[in-house]
Design a protein around this ligand. Structure first.
Ligand code: IPD
Ligand code: CA
Ligand code: CA
Length: 267
Protein backbone atom coordinates (compact mmCIF):
# COMPACT_ATOMS: atom_id res chain seq x y z
CA UNK A 1 0.00 0.00 0.00
CA UNK A 2 1.37 3.35 -1.11
CA UNK A 3 1.54 6.18 1.41
CA UNK A 4 0.04 9.49 0.37
CA UNK A 5 3.51 11.08 0.72
CA UNK A 6 4.92 8.62 -1.83
CA UNK A 7 2.06 9.40 -4.22
CA UNK A 8 2.82 13.11 -3.76
CA UNK A 9 6.45 12.50 -4.75
CA UNK A 10 5.38 10.66 -7.92
CA UNK A 11 2.95 13.48 -8.70
CA UNK A 12 5.65 16.13 -8.33
CA UNK A 13 8.06 14.31 -10.65
CA UNK A 14 5.30 13.68 -13.21
CA UNK A 15 4.53 17.40 -13.05
CA UNK A 16 8.17 18.32 -13.63
CA UNK A 17 8.24 16.01 -16.67
CA UNK A 18 4.93 17.29 -18.09
CA UNK A 19 5.95 20.94 -17.80
CA UNK A 20 9.34 20.26 -19.41
CA UNK A 21 7.67 18.34 -22.24
CA UNK A 22 5.13 21.13 -22.69
CA UNK A 23 7.95 23.63 -23.15
CA UNK A 24 9.43 21.38 -25.84
CA UNK A 25 6.07 21.21 -27.64
CA UNK A 26 5.78 24.97 -27.57
CA UNK A 27 9.30 25.32 -29.03
CA UNK A 28 8.41 23.09 -31.98
CA UNK A 29 5.00 24.71 -32.55
CA UNK A 30 4.65 25.78 -36.19
CA UNK A 31 8.17 24.58 -36.89
CA UNK A 32 7.98 20.84 -37.62
CA UNK A 33 10.64 19.25 -39.80
CA UNK A 34 9.14 15.73 -39.80
CA UNK A 35 5.49 14.67 -40.01
CA UNK A 36 5.10 10.96 -40.79
CA UNK A 37 2.30 8.41 -40.80
CA UNK A 38 2.93 5.54 -38.37
CA UNK A 39 1.40 2.90 -40.63
CA UNK A 40 -2.28 3.60 -40.21
CA UNK A 41 -3.80 6.34 -42.31
CA UNK A 42 -4.03 9.55 -40.26
CA UNK A 43 -1.93 8.27 -37.32
CA UNK A 44 0.89 10.81 -37.29
CA UNK A 45 4.18 11.17 -35.47
CA UNK A 46 6.35 14.28 -35.60
CA UNK A 47 9.76 15.29 -34.34
CA UNK A 48 7.92 17.17 -31.57
CA UNK A 49 6.33 13.91 -30.30
CA UNK A 50 9.79 12.31 -30.16
CA UNK A 51 11.55 15.27 -28.54
CA UNK A 52 8.83 15.59 -25.91
CA UNK A 53 9.06 11.87 -25.10
CA UNK A 54 12.86 12.03 -24.76
CA UNK A 55 12.56 14.76 -22.12
CA UNK A 56 9.88 12.85 -20.17
CA UNK A 57 11.81 9.57 -20.24
CA UNK A 58 14.99 11.26 -19.03
CA UNK A 59 13.22 12.72 -15.98
CA UNK A 60 11.20 9.62 -15.06
CA UNK A 61 14.11 7.22 -15.52
CA UNK A 62 16.48 9.46 -13.55
CA UNK A 63 14.14 9.58 -10.55
CA UNK A 64 12.71 6.06 -10.75
CA UNK A 65 15.26 3.77 -12.44
CA UNK A 66 13.44 0.65 -11.21
CA UNK A 67 10.02 1.59 -12.55
CA UNK A 68 8.70 0.24 -15.86
CA UNK A 69 7.51 2.47 -18.69
CA UNK A 70 5.05 2.23 -21.56
CA UNK A 71 5.64 5.22 -23.84
CA UNK A 72 3.75 5.77 -27.09
CA UNK A 73 6.69 6.44 -29.39
CA UNK A 74 9.50 4.33 -27.89
CA UNK A 75 7.50 1.42 -26.49
CA UNK A 76 8.22 -0.56 -23.34
CA UNK A 77 11.01 -0.43 -20.78
CA UNK A 78 10.98 -3.07 -18.04
CA UNK A 79 8.29 -5.61 -17.20
CA UNK A 80 4.82 -4.46 -18.22
CA UNK A 81 3.21 -6.34 -15.31
CA UNK A 82 5.49 -4.44 -12.91
CA UNK A 83 4.31 -2.89 -9.65
CA UNK A 84 5.06 0.58 -11.05
CA UNK A 85 4.29 1.35 -14.70
CA UNK A 86 4.37 4.84 -16.20
CA UNK A 87 2.03 5.32 -19.19
CA UNK A 88 3.27 8.24 -21.26
CA UNK A 89 1.76 10.12 -24.19
CA UNK A 90 4.27 12.85 -25.07
CA UNK A 91 1.80 14.62 -27.38
CA UNK A 92 -1.87 13.74 -27.26
CA UNK A 93 -3.54 15.45 -30.19
CA UNK A 94 -0.77 15.08 -32.77
CA UNK A 95 -3.15 15.66 -35.70
CA UNK A 96 -4.27 18.96 -34.17
CA UNK A 97 -0.68 19.92 -33.41
CA UNK A 98 0.56 19.15 -36.92
CA UNK A 99 -2.17 21.42 -38.32
CA UNK A 100 -1.48 24.13 -35.73
CA UNK A 101 -4.93 23.62 -34.21
CA UNK A 102 -4.06 24.47 -30.62
CA UNK A 103 -5.70 21.59 -28.72
CA UNK A 104 -3.04 19.16 -27.53
CA UNK A 105 -1.52 17.94 -24.28
CA UNK A 106 1.12 15.92 -22.50
CA UNK A 107 -0.28 12.98 -20.54
CA UNK A 108 1.67 11.13 -17.85
CA UNK A 109 0.05 8.50 -15.66
CA UNK A 110 1.42 6.07 -13.09
CA UNK A 111 -0.19 2.66 -12.60
CA UNK A 112 0.55 0.98 -9.30
CA UNK A 113 -0.22 -2.74 -9.34
CA UNK A 114 -2.18 -2.15 -12.55
CA UNK A 115 -4.34 0.68 -11.15
CA UNK A 116 -3.91 4.29 -12.33
CA UNK A 117 -3.06 6.32 -9.20
CA UNK A 118 -1.20 9.42 -10.35
CA UNK A 119 -2.06 11.57 -13.35
CA UNK A 120 -0.83 14.78 -14.94
CA UNK A 121 -2.30 16.27 -18.11
CA UNK A 122 -0.72 19.51 -19.27
CA UNK A 123 -2.16 21.78 -21.95
CA UNK A 124 0.75 24.08 -22.89
CA UNK A 125 -1.30 26.31 -25.22
CA UNK A 126 -3.61 27.34 -22.37
CA UNK A 127 -1.06 26.81 -19.62
CA UNK A 128 -3.47 24.50 -17.83
CA UNK A 129 -1.99 21.85 -15.57
CA UNK A 130 -4.45 19.14 -14.50
CA UNK A 131 -3.24 16.85 -11.74
CA UNK A 132 -4.47 14.19 -9.38
CA UNK A 133 -3.28 11.37 -7.16
CA UNK A 134 -5.47 8.88 -5.34
CA UNK A 135 -6.72 10.48 -2.15
CA UNK A 136 -5.32 13.92 -3.01
CA UNK A 137 -8.22 15.28 -5.11
CA UNK A 138 -7.94 16.79 -8.58
CA UNK A 139 -6.80 20.27 -9.52
CA UNK A 140 -6.26 22.62 -12.43
CA UNK A 141 -3.43 25.06 -11.84
CA UNK A 142 -3.55 24.01 -8.18
CA UNK A 143 -7.23 24.96 -7.75
CA UNK A 144 -9.56 22.05 -6.88
CA UNK A 145 -11.83 20.88 -9.70
CA UNK A 146 -15.04 18.86 -9.74
CA UNK A 147 -17.22 17.20 -12.32
CA UNK A 148 -20.48 18.90 -13.37
CA UNK A 149 -23.84 18.44 -11.67
CA UNK A 150 -25.94 18.15 -14.84
CA UNK A 151 -28.48 15.43 -14.12
CA UNK A 152 -30.27 15.00 -17.43
CA UNK A 153 -28.84 13.77 -20.68
CA UNK A 154 -31.04 16.29 -22.52
CA UNK A 155 -29.17 19.12 -20.75
CA UNK A 156 -25.70 17.69 -21.20
CA UNK A 157 -22.71 18.54 -23.38
CA UNK A 158 -20.53 15.55 -24.30
CA UNK A 159 -17.26 14.94 -26.07
CA UNK A 160 -15.99 11.89 -27.97
CA UNK A 161 -13.36 10.79 -30.47
CA UNK A 162 -12.77 8.40 -33.36
CA UNK A 163 -9.87 5.95 -33.36
CA UNK A 164 -7.45 5.63 -36.27
CA UNK A 165 -8.96 2.26 -37.29
CA UNK A 166 -12.29 3.97 -38.06
CA UNK A 167 -12.11 3.19 -41.78
CA UNK A 168 -11.49 -0.51 -41.10
CA UNK A 169 -14.21 -1.34 -38.58
CA UNK A 170 -17.94 -0.78 -38.31
CA UNK A 171 -17.35 -0.34 -34.54
CA UNK A 172 -16.12 3.16 -35.39
CA UNK A 173 -18.35 5.25 -33.11
CA UNK A 174 -20.24 6.94 -35.96
CA UNK A 175 -23.63 5.48 -34.93
CA UNK A 176 -23.05 6.36 -31.26
CA UNK A 177 -22.05 9.90 -32.25
CA UNK A 178 -25.33 10.41 -34.15
CA UNK A 179 -27.45 8.80 -31.43
CA UNK A 180 -25.96 10.89 -28.59
CA UNK A 181 -26.06 14.05 -30.70
CA UNK A 182 -29.85 13.66 -30.83
CA UNK A 183 -30.20 12.99 -27.10
CA UNK A 184 -28.04 15.86 -25.75
CA UNK A 185 -27.27 19.56 -26.24
CA UNK A 186 -24.25 18.55 -28.31
CA UNK A 187 -21.28 16.25 -28.82
CA UNK A 188 -17.82 17.72 -29.44
CA UNK A 189 -14.71 16.07 -30.89
CA UNK A 190 -11.57 17.76 -29.58
CA UNK A 191 -8.86 15.44 -30.92
CA UNK A 192 -7.17 14.92 -27.54
CA UNK A 193 -8.45 12.12 -25.31
CA UNK A 194 -6.39 13.37 -22.35
CA UNK A 195 -7.97 16.83 -22.58
CA UNK A 196 -11.41 15.27 -23.01
CA UNK A 197 -10.94 13.52 -19.66
CA UNK A 198 -9.58 16.73 -18.08
CA UNK A 199 -12.65 18.57 -19.38
CA UNK A 200 -14.96 16.01 -17.75
CA UNK A 201 -13.01 16.44 -14.50
CA UNK A 202 -13.35 20.22 -14.58
CA UNK A 203 -17.07 20.12 -15.46
CA UNK A 204 -16.67 21.80 -18.86
CA UNK A 205 -18.32 18.79 -20.40
CA UNK A 206 -20.64 16.36 -18.64
CA UNK A 207 -19.36 13.17 -20.20
CA UNK A 208 -16.91 11.53 -22.61
CA UNK A 209 -16.80 8.18 -24.33
CA UNK A 210 -14.43 6.62 -26.85
CA UNK A 211 -13.12 3.23 -28.01
CA UNK A 212 -9.80 2.13 -29.47
CA UNK A 213 -7.68 4.02 -26.94
CA UNK A 214 -4.31 3.04 -25.49
CA UNK A 215 -3.14 3.03 -21.85
CA UNK A 216 -1.09 6.22 -22.44
CA UNK A 217 -4.26 8.06 -23.61
CA UNK A 218 -6.20 7.03 -20.52
CA UNK A 219 -4.12 6.43 -17.40
CA UNK A 220 -3.53 10.04 -16.29
CA UNK A 221 -6.99 11.33 -17.19
CA UNK A 222 -8.72 8.45 -15.41
CA UNK A 223 -7.14 9.43 -12.09
CA UNK A 224 -8.06 13.08 -12.63
CA UNK A 225 -11.72 12.27 -13.40
CA UNK A 226 -12.02 9.85 -10.46
CA UNK A 227 -10.50 12.35 -8.02
CA UNK A 228 -12.81 15.08 -9.35
CA UNK A 229 -15.81 12.95 -8.34
CA UNK A 230 -16.50 11.44 -11.75
CA UNK A 231 -17.45 7.91 -12.65
CA UNK A 232 -15.41 5.81 -15.07
CA UNK A 233 -16.26 2.49 -16.65
CA UNK A 234 -16.39 0.63 -19.90
CA UNK A 235 -19.57 1.32 -21.96
CA UNK A 236 -21.51 -1.40 -20.09
CA UNK A 237 -20.58 -0.15 -16.62
CA UNK A 238 -17.88 -2.79 -16.02
CA UNK A 239 -14.37 -1.64 -14.99
CA UNK A 240 -12.22 -0.08 -17.72
CA UNK A 241 -9.76 -2.50 -19.26
CA UNK A 242 -6.71 -0.50 -20.33
CA UNK A 243 -5.88 -3.13 -22.93
CA UNK A 244 -9.39 -2.98 -24.42
CA UNK A 245 -9.37 0.85 -24.46
CA UNK A 246 -13.10 1.52 -24.22
CA UNK A 247 -14.13 4.23 -21.76
CA UNK A 248 -17.16 6.08 -20.52
CA UNK A 249 -16.34 8.91 -18.10
CA UNK A 250 -18.95 11.31 -16.78
CA UNK A 251 -20.42 12.94 -13.76
CA UNK A 252 -22.11 10.23 -11.65
CA UNK A 253 -25.62 11.60 -12.23
CA UNK A 254 -25.78 10.78 -15.94
CA UNK A 255 -23.43 7.79 -16.04
CA UNK A 256 -25.98 4.97 -16.10
CA UNK A 257 -28.27 6.70 -18.60
CA UNK A 258 -25.27 7.38 -20.85
CA UNK A 259 -24.23 3.75 -20.58
CA UNK A 260 -27.75 2.65 -21.60
CA UNK A 261 -27.76 5.07 -24.53
CA UNK A 262 -24.43 3.70 -25.78
CA UNK A 263 -25.51 0.08 -25.42
CA UNK A 264 -28.85 0.77 -27.13
CA UNK A 265 -27.45 2.71 -30.08
CA UNK A 266 -29.19 1.62 -33.29
CA UNK A 267 -26.45 0.22 -35.56
C1 IPD B 1 -5.35 10.43 -30.25
C2 IPD B 1 -6.19 11.49 -29.62
C3 IPD B 1 -7.59 11.52 -30.20
C4 IPD B 1 -8.26 10.16 -30.11
C5 IPD B 1 -7.37 9.09 -30.72
C6 IPD B 1 -6.00 9.10 -30.04
P1 IPD B 1 -2.69 10.93 -30.47
O1 IPD B 1 -4.05 10.40 -29.68
O2 IPD B 1 -6.29 11.30 -28.22
O3 IPD B 1 -8.44 12.42 -29.52
O4 IPD B 1 -9.50 10.23 -30.78
O5 IPD B 1 -8.00 7.84 -30.54
O6 IPD B 1 -5.21 8.07 -30.56
O7 IPD B 1 -2.47 9.99 -31.60
O8 IPD B 1 -2.93 12.31 -30.89
O9 IPD B 1 -1.66 10.77 -29.39
CA1 CA C 1 -2.88 9.86 -27.63
CA1 CA D 1 0.50 10.80 -28.90
Amino acid sequence: METTDQLKTYLEIATEAALAAGAVLQDYWGNLSQVEEKGRSGDLVTNADRASETVILEIIQRHFPNHSILAEESGSFGKQQAEYLWAIDPLDGTTNYAHQYPIYAVSIGLLIAGVPQVGVVYNPARKELFRAATGWGASCNRQPIQVSKTDELAHSLLVTGFAYDRRETSDNNYAEFCHLTHLTQGVRRSGSAALDLADVASGRVDGYWERGLSPWDLAAGMVIVAEAGGKISSYDGSPVSLSEGRILASNPKIHSVLSEALLNTPQ
